[in-house]
Design a protein around this ligand. Structure first.
Ligand SMILES: C[S@@+](CC[C@H](N)C(=O)[O-])C[C@H]1O[C@@H](n2cnc3c(N)ncnc32)[C@H](O)[C@@H]1O
Length: 302
């Protein structure tokens, strides 16, 4: 890529792509469910896991997820990378200090598994959010752990779950395009992080039954595909950078792969980068959003 890879900038550039992609039916169902499940005598407790630089916190404010200002929201956002939490602290400084619309934001560097293992976080939260995260984890391990942090009958919102289609258009060479896509997806399916399997290129479709197997009820599901293309020859916002990051991910994952000819792959990447520079590349990634309720009987909320 021409600019050095900067993860925080990647997440910032992803914000507008996600904004277009998020499924509005799922979002509205979540907003209605939140409004119908407010604890009577304490703030609504929200946990966002893998919050990155805090773009979902901005979104819930701007899109009015907690639009009834008569109640308080205690929003805890965790991420395992300290650099992301530091970036979130800078990005959200205005929200943190102003306690915008009754929103109290707490940012914390923490690994999901360590955070969930703490006894006080068990069945603690009214809403658990994971955005663009679950496809990076081992779902059978992570899902029950995430859900057990919700109180009985508490809510979850799991958005931007990748689901097995990556399209770079126009086609360069259909056979090579397909091979690169298949190898890229295969790398997600076989990825090992800290010695554990992590990631699944079909997370989106698998989530529905995985949630039910955990005793959770899906209230709404819908697609949230990323669709990126230029307008009048230029990509909006910082989306040319977003595309260069996607190509960087493909390159760093597949460089040296024994089933790819290095020269052919290098030429493919150069062609795709020229397409980005000229505003010709269209990129589509298929994803699914879900919201729902965990199992258990609603009781007094403390
Ligand atoms: C693709 S990024 C998405 C970030 C943010 N949700 C967004 O969409 O802008 C995934 C994030 O999850 C974090 N993450 C990955 N594994 C984690 C874990 N086990 N515990 C906490 N955070 C984790 C990463 O550090 C990264 O910031």
């Amino acid at each position: 890529m021409t600019d050095a890879f900067d993860f925080a900038r990647y997440l910032a550039s992803k914000r507008t792509v996600d904004d277009r992609a998020l499924n509005r039916h799922v979002w509205q169902t979540l907003a209605d469910a939140v409004a119908g499940a407010l604890p009577p005598d304490r703030p609504l407790r929200v946990l966002e896991v893998g919050a990155g630089i805090g773009t979902m916190v901005e979104r819930v404010v701007e899109w009015g997820l907690f639009s009834d200002s008569s109640y308080e929201v205690a929003y805890t956002a965790i991420d395992s990378e300290e650099g992301n939490i530091e970036a979130a602290r800078r990005r959200l400084a205005h929200l943190i200090s102003s306690k915008e619309a009754g929103l109290q934001v707490r940012l914390q560097t923490a690994d999901l598994y360590a955070f969930a293992a703490r006894r006080e976080n068990r069945q603690r939260f009214d809403l658990i959010i994971a955005h663009a995260l679950l496809d990076l984890l081992h779902l059978p391990t992570a899902l029950p752990i995430l859900l057990q942090m919700a109180r009985p009958a508490g809510l979850f919102y799991f958005s931007i779950n990748f689901d097995g289609a990556t399209l770079f258009l126009p086609e360069v060479d259909p056979a090579l395009d397909s091979r690169i896509e298949a190898l890229y997806h295969h790398s997600m399916d076989t990825r090992i992080t800290d010695g554990q399997p992590s990631g699944d290129s079909r997370t989106g479709r698998r989530l529905f039954h995985a949630l039910r197997a955990c005793g959770a009820e899906v209230l709404a599901a819908g697609s949230s595909d990323w669709v990126v293309h230029a307008l009048d020859g230029a990509y909006p916002h910082d989306e040319a950078y977003f595309l260069s990051c996607i190509l960087h991910f493909v390159e760093s994952t597949l460089r040296g792969h024994p089933e790819l000819d290095a020269g052919e792959f290098g030429e493919w990447l150069a062609t795709r980068r020229r397409q980005v520079a000229r505003g010709e590349l269209m990129y589509v990634a298929h994803q699914l959003d879900y919201c729902g309720r965990v199992g258990g009987v609603e009781g007094p909320q403390h």
